[in-house]
Write a protein that binds this ligand. Sequence first.
Ligand SMILES: [Zn+2]
Length: 364
Amino acid sequence: MILRGATLLDFSALSRREGLEVRIADGRIRSIAPQSAPAGVAQVGAGSEVLDCSGLYLIPGLVNTHSHTAMTLLRGAAEDCTVEDWFNRHVWRYERALRPEDVYWGTLLGAAEMLLAGVTCVADHYFHMDRAWEAYRESGMRADLAWASFGTGEGWERQWAEALEFSRSFTGRDPRLVISLGPHSLYICPESFLATVAEAAGELDLKLHIHVSEEPRQLERSLKEKGLTPVQVLERAGVLRPGTVLAHACAATDADLSLIRERGAGIAHCPKTYLKFGGLPDILPRALEAGVSVGLGTDGPASGNSLGIFEAARDAALLAKAARRDARAGRIGEVLPLCQRGGELLGLPGCGRLAEGPPAACTR
Ligand SMILES: [Zn+2]
């Protein structure tokens, strides 16, 4: 495939290169060079598809580093309520009735929504991930799938066994789809269970994806009950490993951020969720100042309502300004590159980069 006459945008350098010709073969970007022939003139090998991209911008596929995609089916089901009511009065009641086929269709719908918004890769943390895997395979997206595990409550052992079986049998089945382990959070997973999951991650060579320190009350409770921050509890349980995706971490202390950076973990920042629940965390500027790897995420459509990463970037910039009460926070030059950095956070080489060599993902 040849993309001819495009203007390539570089979010990191805040620059653009015009009149380029991008050649793609065997799923990889083979060359990016000045256009060799006027738009529409075919001087290409037999069988090549030429797209006239004059007047169009070319950007890397955007990366969504934290989603519960099948919650497209629950969008709008819990609005204008506290986070406790969101979980207890609404979402968990619906999720108890969730069937594997619901996850398949909800994920397929979410994948279509993401592709239409330029998102070609997602880290999805949900249930019945064997069905989500099928939906992503059909969609053409890249995905990192983690089967959410609870470690407490009715049937948790069976659920953990399902998650482990999924991880073992689906790893390596499709080069576009990778598998992680997904303990839900410290408030649903006892520390002993987290240690078991971390050990399994080491044995199976899988990454971890977990919610942590979502709001200040979780930090206060952890300090009171354990004398440690939630991030320090994850460290003690062995969860802070290279490539671990920490969803939110809004109440991470400065010492936590140093620990996250040292361990090679990173933060999935989902500003719309924080705003929806009335939070105003200044975690993004603090994490960037601490040198932590950060990607943008949408969270599930029942909390974030959208699966768009440009929308998440805009919210991230505005949230940083409001939280710091400083219009200079959340600068364009800081936030726009995050649209591309999710691939680094997820350990997917080249994902989110437009350069010679990385895998190509096309969506218009
Ligand atoms: Zn989440």
